[in-house]
Structure formats: C-alpha cells, structure tokens
Ligand binder design. Structure first.
Ligand SMILES: *Cc1c(COP(=O)(O)O)cnc(C)c1O
Length: 403
C-alpha cells in the first residue's frame, strides 16, 4: 500500500505519472515524489507507524514510494541513535547531538537512499544500475543491488580511499577508477545510460534516493518527540540528505504530526570545495562549478550539484546559512571528538563540528539551542594515522616509556 499521487518537476512543477521509469524531469531537473497526504492521514497515524513491529526506516513505508512489500530490499537497517556530545563541546552548557548514521548497513547513510532506489528499480523491472561515487554510495549500491540480483557498475575518482574501492568490489560490483572527479564519473554514467542500457542512479538524477534520505528527517522528528531541533548542520555534497529532510519536515507539517517551528538548515562544506557556500553568500539561485576541488572530506568533494537550487532554497527558507571549514580544523575536530567523546566521526562530519563551533563563537547559534550534527559514515572507512610504538618481548620493559 502506498499513497504516491504523482511526481513533480522540482523546477517547473510539471506533473509526471507515477508507476513509470523516471530519471530527470522532461525539463531536465530532479523529480520529487508527491503523496496524497489527506488520504495518508486517514489511513495511518504517527503512533501506528512508530509502534509497528518493523525495524528501521521501513516503518515509514506509507510515506515512501515502494508499493509492494516483496520489493523492499532490506539489510537490517537500524534506527540510528542521537548521541549527545559531552566533553568535546567545552565548558558552555550545550545541547549538541550527533545522529550517528555510521551504524547503517555498509557503514553509511547512503544505505537509506540506495535501499529505496534499488527497491524501486526492482518494482519497475530494471536490471543494471550505474553510479558515480566518492565511495560510500557505490558500496551501498553494490550491496543492495547484489542482494536484489541486479548488476551494478560503479565509477569512482582514482584517489577514492582503497578501503571503499575494495568494499564495492567485494559486493560484486563492476568498479572502475576514473582519472577525474565525481562529475567526470557522472558524465560517463550518463553516456552509459544512453548507449549501454544502464540505469543512472546518480544523486537526484532518479527520484527515489531522496525519499530514502527523507527518513532521516522522519526518524529525527520521532526521536525528538515530534518537536524538531533548532538547528541542523549537514555536510553537503550533492545535498540529497538536506533536501530530503526538508521535504520530510514539509510533509510532517502538512500531516499535522509536528509541533513548533522547523529547524534552521546549515550546509557545511570544505574550503577546498564550497560551491554552495559561495552561491549562498552571493545570493544566487544556482551555484557556479568549483574548480580544483580538494579536501580530506571526500564525501563532500562535489564541485557541481544538480540540486544546488533546492539546497539553497531549503537553507534560505529555513533561515539557515552555509559555512566552509578548512581541512585542518576538520582533522582537529575528528581527533577531539574521537578522544573526548568516543565517537569516530568521518571527516565530513568532523566538518559539521568545526562549523558548529565557529557558529557558536560568532553568535550564529546560541548555547541554549538544540543542535543536531549528522555523522553520515563510520569513521572506520577513512585512513587514520599509523601506530609506530613497539615493544620487544626479549628485552626488559621500560615502564617510563609509557604515556
Ligand atoms: C555522501 C556523503 C555526504 C554528502 O551527502 P549528500 O546528501 O550527497 O550531500 C556526506 N558525508 C558522507 C560520509 C557521505 O558519504
């Protein structure tokens, strides 16, 4: 059972029929799924959804597009916890929580989007999916497509961390290193979709990954007792998560399921690749592609985002802002949170801690506000400093050497 009414072009509002294979809209923009929310409100209540004996985000199935239960591809997705930062936030009393998405299958929140995209691909009878990726999306596609018995082709920038490449290959995808950035990979996937029969599951170039990411917003509302945080800091690459959560909040508000205001949405990028921050500051509707993109935070090294205008809309409509932080402060925060709060953040998410701290110092965020930072992947997927202290068991141990 689902409540999809149609799909809508995010730029022109043009209506597209549900139940057909869709990529971008006829005008070439991302498509958004629309629901009959009145009918949905008569069919289910928020209490019925959260008390259902269904694990993880599939409990939100009535707010998702997968019609038949047998098309759901599931790897045991969990409801990810909100973990309060205690020591790393310093003296000021604060209410800063990390939503730890690293606990999802394949170690990142890309599982949410790809679980939905692959389930819809099964519903629509597709067999061969292809994706450009900085690593995490490729791993999630490979795992879910493999489980669904579909082929996956994955193109990564050549400098993608080895652990990501191996994970993708281990799940049986046809994985290739490309001597370019993610947008170069995306161009090849687009050509393959036109000439080799691939279905392109690039960020926002099909309508369903965003519906999967939307579940972060639904889950957050439930976890916070149906009253949303004051501010959300989101590490922004293609922006699916930020746009998806903003869409979730609109739907929840229309359903009358949340009390109070909506959060200020903050897009966090790295100073080496900050097209959205630059466009926000310039007051532009679209972002100009970033040249020579570089940052340790691979997941947000995205020089061009097709949904740039949707990201910028959500930030502005929510009264939020966009902020870039440098690699040095990213790595500093990763160390601090790992050592003082026991959470191993991915660099992208350490960026949100750095941005929050700067926003607190400059008064953009108050110390009494409820803040949620997104940790989108397990820190275990990223290179860490080597250990080179050694003990020789044939010698007496010199205990003065220990710290
Ligand atoms: C993909 C990714 C992001 C960026 O997410 P978008 O929704 O595409 O902007 C951030 N962090 C990590 C770890 C990622 O894998």
């Amino acid at each position: 059972m689902n409540h999809v009414s149609h799909l809508e072009c995010s730029a022109t509002g043009e209506r597209h029929e549900a139940g057909e294979v869709h990529g971008l809209s006829r005008a070439g923009w991302p498509l958004l799924v629309r629901y009959d929310l009145d009918r949905l409100a008569n069919a289910v209540t928020r209490e019925s959804l959260v008390s259902a004996p269904v694990a993880g985000f599939w409990r939100w199935a009535p707010l998702l597009p997968v019609a038949r239960e047998r098309d759901r591809i599931s790897l045991g997705e969990v409801t990810t916890p909100l973990v309060t930062l205690v020591r790393s936030v310093g003296e000021t009393p604060t209410n800063v929580m990390v939503k730890d998405e690293g606990r999802l299958p394949t170690g990142s929140f890309k599982a949410r989007g790809l679980a939905l995209a692959v389930s819809m691909a099964r519903q629509l009878g597709l067999h061969h999916l292809a994706i450009p990726t900085n690593g995490n999306a490729g791993a999630a596609l490979a795992a879910y497509a493999g489980r669904a018995g579909m082929k996956s082709t994955v193109l990564c920038p050549a400098d993608t961390p080895d652990i990501n490449l191996r994970e993708i290959r281990q799940h049986g995808a046809d994985v290739w290193k490309v001597d370019g950035l993610i947008n170069d990979c995306g161009r090849i996937v687009g050509e393959g979709a036109r000439t080799a029969g691939w279905f392109d599951v690039s960020t926002l170039k099909e309508p369903y990954r965003i519906e999967g990411k939307k579940t972060m917003g639904l889950e957050l509302a439930w976890q916070m007792d149906w009253s949303l945080p004051d501010v959300i800091f989101y590490p922004t690459g293609g922006g699916t998560g930020l746009i998806g959560m903003w869409k979730a909040f609109q739907e929840l508000r229309q359903l009358g399921w949340i009390a109070g205001g909506l959060p200020r949405m903050v897009a966090v990028q790295a100073t080496g690749c900050a097209p959205i921050v630059r466009a926000f500051e310039a007051g532009s509707t679209h972002a100009v592609p970033w040249q020579d993109a570089h940052t340790v935070a691979a997941g947000i090294r995205v020089p061009v985002a097709i949904g740039d205008f949707l990201i910028l809309d959500a930030i502005r409509a929510s009264g939020g802002f966009a902020m870039a932080v440098d690699d040095e402060s990213i790595l500093q925060e990763r160390d601090r949170v790992a050592m003082q709060d026991g959470l191993l953040l991915a660099p992208e998410e350490a960026a949100t801690v750095a941005a929050w701290r700067r926003a607190l110092e400059t008064g953009l965020v108050g110390d009494d506000e409820r803040v949620v930072l997104f940790n989108c992947a397990s820190g275990l997927k990223y290179p860490m400093a080597p250990v080179n202290q050694e003990l020789d068991i044939t010698q007496d141990i010199d205990f003065t050497r220990f710290a």
